[in-house]
Design a protein around this ligand. Sequence first.
Ligand SMILES: C[S@@+](CC[C@H](N)C(=O)[O-])C[C@H]1O[C@@H](n2cnc3c(N)ncnc32)[C@H](O)[C@@H]1O
Length: 207
Amino acid sequence: MLEKICNTVCLFGVIVSSVIRAKYRNKNKSQVVMDTLRRREIILSSLTLIATSALPVFHNLTNLFQPFSFDLPAVIRIFALFVFLLGQYLFILAHISLGTMWAPRLTIRKDHKLIRHGIYRYLRHPMYLATWILVVSQGFLLSNWGILILGTVVWAIHFFLRIGEEESMLEQEFGREYRDYKEKSGSLIPSNTFKFLAFLFQPWKDW
Ligand SMILES: C[S@@+](CC[C@H](N)C(=O)[O-])C[C@H]1O[C@@H](n2cnc3c(N)ncnc32)[C@H](O)[C@@H]1O
C-alpha cells in the first residue's frame, strides 16, 4: 500500500513539474539576448531530464530498474515522502517568484530583471535546491539504487558545471546589483533561516 502511494506521488510530482515548466515556457516570449554555452546546456538539460524524470516514470510503469530495488523501513519511506513534497513546494514557489525570467538554460532576455523577492530574497538557487531534494528523495521513495545513483550523478555533474557559469553570467549582466544581492542571499542555504521558514508558511505575503 505504502509502496503504491510513493510510486503515485513520484508520478504526480513529475506531472506537476512538467505542467509548471510548460506554463512558464509558454509565457516567456521576450527575445533572448544571451544564451551562454547553448550546446552544452541543451545536452546536459536533456540528460538531467532523462535521468531525473523520464527513467523514474518509466521504472514506475515497467519496473525497468527492478534488480536495483532495496528494502526500506516504512518510517524512512514516509520521511522521504514528506521531503519529496517539500521539494515540490520549493520548486513551485521558485517558479512563481522567478516568473517570466525563468528559462531552462542560461539565458538573458531583453528587459531581463534581477529577481530579489519571494523565495529569491533568501536563496539565489531555490530551483537547484529543490532539484537536489527531489532527486535524492525520489530514489528513496522508489527505494531503488539505480534511480538514486543515476539521478544524483547526472544532476551533480550538471549542477557543478552550471552554477558558476550562471553566477558569472548574471554578474556580467547586472554588475553591482548582483554583487550586492550575492552578499545578502544564500546560494543553497537561506541567508536568514527564521525569516525563510516564516516565508514558507506565508509565501503569498511576498510572492
Ligand atoms: C533554470 S533557472 C534557475 C534559476 C536559479 N538558479 C534557481 O535555482 O532558482 C536559470 C535561469 O534563471 C535566470 N535567473 C537565475 N537567477 C535569476 C534572478 N535572481 N533573477 C532573474 N533571472 C534569474 C538565469 O538567467 C537563467 O537563464
